[in-house]
Design a protein around this ligand. Structure first.
Ligand code: BF8
Ligand code: SF4
Length: 673
């Protein structure tokens, strides 16, 4: 079998590396452009990330290519192949060691973030089971039973409380196991082929935290110098990240309910100046669900203060969690969080963890917004801080809402300026919701509806759009450009995280977008689903599958497809793209997706170009070993072509192999991609 070669992989187009300082095109989102120019018009001196990005130019070339090592304090050592004396760091570390170490340390960061989030939810479930978190309950007992069964826990004759306790303890065991037995949340959610592959490569994590700390240990000064071994350590921590994400998704569904299709609105226009407005921002739904409840209960107090009521809106992945489960409107994704405050109509912004810019606090000074932090490990100096405890969650959430009502009272006649842009959004497509949609056509084998559509050529495959905003690109532009191109070429589209936010704000999560952008095959497929399932609000062009931890839902989809097709994941026509990746969490997700066998496009160059060897491992060798690989391409149009090529290559091979298997009455080859 010839090795997979995309003719443009390994090279990148000549797009300018950095957005020109002063480039007026800062965002594809008209609400953001209006918000930014409004600031100047109002004569306010506040600066935003967009300004600070320009101020940071030119960024350091050593850092940009990953060859700056600061791991010990003899450094920083900046390596350069152009100078004899700078080819190695002081300790003798070469560029491939330094680049690999820097890369995997960001996987450790991302994995720590996601798995911490998962552990927090597992502890909440345990507290619910033990009666220590009276404001929470088990909303989806069926999912509780399904997850328990998947984990091999006996369900017969057990109460909800008993089962919740056992599931929570099984999740916590994935963080504390002393033996080398692999993580149960990983091994029970992947194909047998992937299990064998991970075992063979010695990358199966056992204890999530141990994988992260081992990786930190592996990469300190004077430890591992072998780039391949370092990257394998990174893959292990990335698979631990996957386990943590799966715990977060499964257990949040059990506590707060598994998302079902819901209709809401997105973009800054959802902020209504006549209400007390509270933005919930971050990632963990444990707090924000309580804020929604507290806002409902304190409606009367808000009215007494002269408002029409309390309006909760979402930002980033906390926004996605609330949007999926509660139909709460999404105000902003990552790069427009500051602009939400700049409307002047946000009375409070309640934050939990991750992707929260410290700049919010400074900006809030100009607009009298209460910034409320709630995590012991995510404080911003000068903010209101609550040490959030599940045992008194609702009581604390009410205090936060009262702070917002107080700020509303002080608003008086202060000028507010909300950009009037918002779009209808149909969201809430958990895997269960997607399967029930497909089940309207084939109740016995719902996923077959999707795989059949690929096999008969109606659609070309599935693409996941994930990841962040990154101000090296105009906000949302790359997401929207690639998505429209793939839609035109009949690719079924799912999205999570800030990519889902970009789609929602741009109106791509509406039935109208199907008519406007889908190619004939995709349109036919979606309309067929619509006719069978008759969803009240119709179906969107891009299916919102949730927050970033909910990429676990997407992995479950490709696993289900692989099982239905009788192949392993690397053969499924499925690709992923993070057009504006920014966070360490995105590096962790991209890495486990590649290890699962998915081609993953990244639209912003990560700091790996300093080592040809590491670059080659990520873009070529990864494919030989795992069947997935990274595609680094900054030009969204070229990237779209490359993603389509990867899908077509898989669909073509599947057809060829299926034909041969039928002819010779053998099973489909599984060993070579
Ligand atoms: O976890 S996509 S900017 S908000 S890291 Fe952050 Fe990136 Fe957004 Fe959600 Ni995910
Ligand atoms: Fe320099 Fe080696 Fe220390 Fe890195 S670990 S800073 S390369 S001496």
């Amino acid at each position: 079998m010839p090795r997979y070669r995309n003719t443009v992989v390994g090279k990148i187009t000549d797009q300018t590396r950095l957005k020109r300082p002063g480039d007026p095109k800062r965002s594809a989102d008209p609400a953001v452009m209006e918000g930014l120019s409004g600031l100047q018009e109002r004569g306010l001196k506040a600066t935003t990330s967009y300004d600070r990005f320009v101020a940071q130019q030119p960024q350091c070339g050593f850092g940009l290519t990953g060859v700056c090592c600061r791991i010990c304090i003899q450094g920083p050592c900046r390596l350069s192949s152009r100078s004899d004396v700078h080819q190695k760091g002081i300790c003798g570390a070469t560029e491939y060691t330094v680049v690999a170490r820097n890369l995997v340390r960001s996987i450790a960061g991302g994995s720590a973030n996601h798995s911490d989030h998962g552990r927090h939810i597992a502890v909440t479930l345990l507290e619910i089971a033990e009666g220590k978190a009276p404001d929470y309950k088990i909303t989806d007992p069926e999912k509780l039973r399904r997850v328990a069964t998947r984990l091999g826990i006996e369900t017969e004759g057990k109460s909800e409380q008993e089962l919740a306790r056992e599931v929570a303890l099984a999740a916590l065991e994935d963080y504390s196991r002393a033996s080398d037995e692999p993580s149960r949340f990983l091994t029970t959610t992947i194909t047998e082929g992937r299990f064998k592959k991970f075992k063979h490569c010695n990358v199966l994590p056992s204890n999530i935290y141990r994988s992260i700390s081992e990786l930190m240990s592996q990469t300190v000064m004077g430890m591992d110098a072998d780039p391949v071994n370092i990257i394998f350590g990174g893959i292990k921590a990335a698979l631990a990240d996957f386990a943590g994400e799966h715990i977060a998704t499964d257990l949040a569904d059990i506590i707060f309910g598994t998302p079902r299709p819901t209709v809401t609105e997105s973009n800054l226009g959802v902020i209504d100046p006549e209400y007390v407005n509270i933005a919930t921002h971050g990632h963990n739904p444990t707090l924000s669900e309580m804020v929604v409840e507290a806002a409902r209960e304190l409606e009367g107090e808000a009215k007494k203060a002269g408002a029409k009521g309390v309006k909760v809106v979402g930002i980033c992945c906390t926004g996605n969690e609330l949007l999926m489960r509660k139909g709460v409107a999404l105000a902003a994704n990552q790069a427009s969080q500051e602009v939400a405050i700049m409307t002047g109509a946000l009375d409070a912004i309640v934050v939990d963890v991750q992707c929260i810019q410290p700049s919010l606090r400074t900006l809030s000074e100009c607009f009298n917004t209460r910034v409320i932090t709630t995590s012991q490990i995510a404080k911003i100096p000068g903010s209101y801080h609550f040490d959030f405890q599940e045992s008194k969650a609702l009581e604390q959430a009410k205090e936060m809402v009262r702070l917002a009502i107080g700020a509303y009272r002080e608003r008086g006649s202060r000028e507010v300026s909300v950009p009037q842009h918002k779009q209808k959004t149909t969201a809430g497509f958990s895997l269960e919701a997607l399967m029930s949609l497909f089940g309207a056509i084939n109740p016995e084998k719902p996923v077959k509806v999707l795989t059949d559509a690929i096999e008969n050529g109606e659609i070309k495959g599935v693409a996941l759009f994930a990841g962040c905003n990154n101000l090296k690109q105009p906000q949302d532009h790359a997401h929207l450009t690639i998505i429209r191109e793939l839609a035109k070429n009949d690719v079924f589209l799912v999205a999570t995280g800030c990519s889902a936010g970009a789609c929602a704000k741009a109106g791509l999560m509406t039935p109208a977008a199907v008519d406007a952008f889908a190619g004939e095959g995709l349109k036919k497929f979606i309309k067929r689903l619509e006719e069978a399932a008759k969803p009240e609000a119709g179906l969107p062009l891009v299916f919102h599958m949730g927050s970033c931890v909910d990429n676990s839902r997407v992995a479950d989809l490709w696993t289900a497809m692989a099982e239905e097709m009788g192949v392993d994941v690397p053969r499924v026509p499925f690709v992923a793209s993070a057009p504006e990746a920014m966070h360490e969490k995105a590096v962790a997700i991209g890495t486990w997706a590649v290890a699962m066998g998915i081609p993953v496009h990244v639209g912003v160059m990560p700091p790996v170009e300093g080592s040809g060897l590491v670059y080659g491992i990520l873009t070529q060798i990864a494919h030989d070993v795992y069947g997935g690989h990274f595609i680094f391409e900054r030009d969204p149009e070229v990237a779209a072509r490359m993603l389509l090529d990867a899908l077509e290559y898989r669909a073509w091979k599947l057809g060829i192999h299926r034909h041969a298997a039928k002819k010779y009455q053998t099973s489909i080859m599984a060993s070579s991609w």
